[in-house]
Ligand binder design. Structure first.
Ligand code: UT7
Length: 308
């Protein structure tokens, strides 16, 4: 049976960066506090680029990497929690910008788990034989939702977009698990037209237990062990969360690549941006086993097991 294989990746990060020292000029914080508590040193912040602009540029780069033409796309899925318009959706804006005329286009909101849910959706469409070529994008302008007076959240987030072109092939996505708990919604919330509020410690506790739990369940379901996985590509929220997952899975930190030091938490864009960085630097080799996993507002969480 055909499944979804990633043919090519692309990403876009705004040129403008904001360092921890820059933030210490606007809220009561320090470079030392942010680095030691999160691992973040700086983040890219959009200056003029919209979520759709960033998504479209990541898409162009992914298409060019994969050698596919925009006209060949059957579907565009954009995971975002920070669209620049309520309508048309971001995916339709991307369609118009890149000329993917025959694609069906919609957005999906699962916050920081968004790219995982979108890739799982793409894989399900392909496995069902409905579509062949799908562009999956995670794109966020979190800077538009952040309360720049709240030091508990404004130090965490960054902007950017990552994209993957997936196509029907024999190897690729093997399996996925995902979940949601709407009762925990208030832990990480953003009312329409307002700014993000978060109980950081609650999110932290949830992440360090839920991510290893779902990864282990996914591996067990596929009769695999943690050792069989070459890379764990986790949502880039906090270095301490990723280190904790690495310890709980008893796997070396080299298997947990990170770019949050320079990108911060880009929510639904963090996994595809990291994937593109690894792909372009030649670290990902055909046939390797990857686990993608993350968590976010909702609460939501997910994991995907795949062959590169
Ligand atoms: O994609 C999902 C998005 N969310 C997350 O991933 C969040 C997960 N949670 C976290 O990453 C961490 O909880 C934070 C980085 C947000 C906070 O780290 P923490 O170690 O949990 O700190 P805390 O909230 O327990 O705060 C410790 C102290 C407090 O001061 P007191 O009460 O001990 O005097 C805070 O007021 O640190 C203070 N604090 C800060 N100090 C300097 C909180 N934020 C800052 C700050 N700079 N930016």
């Amino acid at each position: 049976m055909a499944t979804a294989r990633i043919l090519g990746t692309g990403s876009y990060l705004p040129d403008h960066t904001v360092t921890n020292d820059d933030l210490s000029q606007i809220v009561d914080t320090s470079d030392e506090w942010i680095r030691t508590r999160t691992g973040i040193c700086s983040r890219h912040i959009a200056k003029g680029e919209t979520t759709a602009d960033m998504a479209a540029e990541a898409a162009r780069r992914a298409l060019s990497f994969s050698g596919m033409q925009a006209e060949e796309l059957d579907m565009i899925l954009v995971a975002t929690v920070s669209p620049n318009k309520a309508m048309p959706n971001t995916a339709c804006q991307v369609q118009a910008k890149i000329g993917a005329d025959k694609a069906v286009c919609f957005d999906l909101n699962a916050a920081c788990s968004g790219f995982l849910f979108a890739l799982s959706t793409a894989a399900a469409y392909i496995q069902a034989g409905v579509y062949q070529n799908i562009l999956v994008i995670g794109a966020e302008a979190l800077s538009t939702l952040v309360d720049w007076k709240d030091r508990g959240t404004c130090i965490l987030f960054g902007d950017g977009a990552g994209a993957a072109v997936v196509t029907a092939e024999e190897d690729g996505v093997i399996d996925q698990l995902s979940g949601s708990d709407g009762k925990k919604g208030p832990v990480l919330n953003c009312d329409t037209g307002s700014t993000i509020s978060m109980n950081g410690q609650e999110v932290f506790k949830f992440a360090v237990s839920k991510v290893p739990e779902i990864v282990n369940a996914l591996l067990e379901k596929n009769q695999m062990s943690a050792e069989d996985v070459d890379f764990y590509i986790l949502h880039q929220a906090n270095k301490r969360i990723i280190d904790s997952v690495s310890r709980r899975l008893k796997q070396p930190e080299e298997k947990f690549p990170m770019n949050l030091d320079s990108c911060g938490n880009t929510s639904g864009a963090s996994i595809p941006i990291l994937l593109d960085e690894l792909n372009r630097s030649g670290k990902l080799l055909r046939g390797q086993t990857l686990v993608l996993s993350g968590f976010g507002a909702g609460l939501t969480w997910g994991a995907i097991l795949m062959k590169w």
